[in-house]
Design a protein around this ligand. Structure first.
Ligand SMILES: Cc1cc2nc3c(=O)[nH]c(=O)nc-3n(C[C@H](O)[C@H](O)[C@H](O)COP(=O)(O)O)c2cc1C
Length: 377
């Protein structure tokens, strides 16, 4: 990179590089982060949802990861405006989403989701279903729902595998499994919520077993080149200081069985991509994950914003969208510390974010404001 190339040139060059993930080639390094929008009445994504994603595809996003969408298990969700990923009506809606995104030149993966013990009893698409999790323990350490039986585990694993197969059948370009932020898969990974004494709890490898079985089942349900991405995080919803792993060794113990089970890429969710994950190294979580597993990684967290993702975001107060700090991002991407960067709120604010950043038109970026979450633009 010549010393006098501008930040805009650098951004264009670095982020325009294609990336191959299994049988999928993503034309640039910009992904849309999965974001729950709850605009799908009765769990069916409609034309407005299809247009919302197609607008980002037309706006240059290389890979769209959809909002979390519930797998076909009665306890999977707690909001009937969150799209389902099962049932003919919902899958027909998703087919329109895929077709619109492809027509706009994009690529798209659904984020497959089971909320586990965070589910409010009596809520969601199947209000009578029990709330279930690894041990009947919520994120705060108190009681929440009931511990899953082996039959429950088998049913959830099968539901993820069915959703994976449905994703490929529907024309999606891959899947992302939601293993982050304190939802079901992450509840198994985390010591606080997983106190099981069968083979699914105990040391990090045992805590990773449920996730590994889901990955393996999904891998088996789709073609060899169809990418399986797994999102993981240290932080949990409203428990931002939570940690799965305090050292690289602990992280490796959790991730190695997952890589082995067939993950093509990890999506390492952090709230600020520039924060080093462990002492004595500048690498962030995606950087460490790539180094420890040898797999491709997606990073994320406050790109183009000057305010991190936190509850205050939902209570008003604007966060500006710009390209603040993008040089630090480019430094990391030029070193191939990680492979793709996911953009969340900045892409809610501005469907054209990718195109503008890739062409140096950054003066025209629309800033993020919390009110934008009220509508689906
Ligand atoms: C409105 C909203 C909804 C979100 N929903 C999800 C979700 O369904 N699944 C998920 O893994 N992360 C979800 N996230 C987290 C984002 O994917 C992303 O990691 C976070 O916003 C940080 O990226 P940003 O700073 O670029 O916004 C959500 C974030 C926002 C703002």
């Amino acid at each position: 990179m010549s010393a006098n190339s501008t930040a805009a040139d650098r951004a264009a060059q670095t982020l325009s590089r294609p990336f191959t993930l299994g049988g999928l080639t993503v034309p640039n390094r910009i992904a849309m982060a999965p974001m729950t929008r709850a605009f799908s009445p009765d769990g069916v994504p409609g034309a407005d949802v299809a247009q919302y994603y197609a607008r980002r595809a037309a706006g240059g996003v290389g890979l769209i990861i959809t909002e979390g969408t519930y797998v076909g298990h009665p306890s999977a969700g707690d909001n009937d405006r969150v799209p389902r990923f099962h049932g003919e009506d919902a899958l027909a809606g998703w087919k329109d989403v895929v077709d619109e995104v492809h027509r706009a030149g994009g690529r798209i993966m659904p984020q497959l989701w089971h909320v586990g013990a965070t589910r409010a009893e009596g809520s969601g698409p199947v209000p009578d279903a029990p709330t279930v999790g690894p041990s009947g323990i919520g994120l705060d350490g108190g009681p929440a729902g009931r511990a899953m039986t082996q039959d429950d585990l088998d049913a959830v694993i099968a539901a993820f595998a069915e959703a994976a197969a449905a994703a490929e059948r529907t024309g999606f370009d891959g899947i992302e499994l939601h293993g982050a932020h304190g939802y079901l898969i992450d509840q198994f990974l985390w010591e606080r919520t997983n106190r099981r004494t069968d083979g699914y709890g105990g040391d990090p490898v045992a805590r990773a077993r449920f996730a590994a079985e889901i990955v393996a089942a999904c891998r088996k349900a789709v073609s060899a080149g169809f990418p399986v991405v797994l999102r993981t995080s240290q932080w949990k919803a409203f428990h931002y200081d939570a940690r799965l792993a305090g050292t690289p060794q602990e992280l490796e113990a959790i991730l190695a069985p997952l890589a082995e089970a067939g993950v093509d890429a990890f999506h390492s969710s952090t709230r600020r991509y520039w924060v080093p994950e462990f002492e004595d190294s500048d690498l962030n979580l995606a950087g460490w994950t790539k180094k420890l597993t040898g797999k491709a990684t997606i990073s994320v967290g406050s790109v183009g914003l000057d305010k991190e993702f936190d509850p205050a975001m939902f209570e008003g107060g604007a966060a500006r969208s710009g390209v603040a700090g993008i040089e630090k991002l480019l430094d990391r991407m030029e070193r191939d510390e990680f492979d793709l960067i996911a953009i969340g709120r900045a892409l809610i604010a501005d469907p054209e974010w990718a195109r503008k950043v890739l062409t140096g038109d950054t003066g025209a970026l629309v800033p993020f404001a919390t009110e934008q979450l009220q509508t689906l633009h």
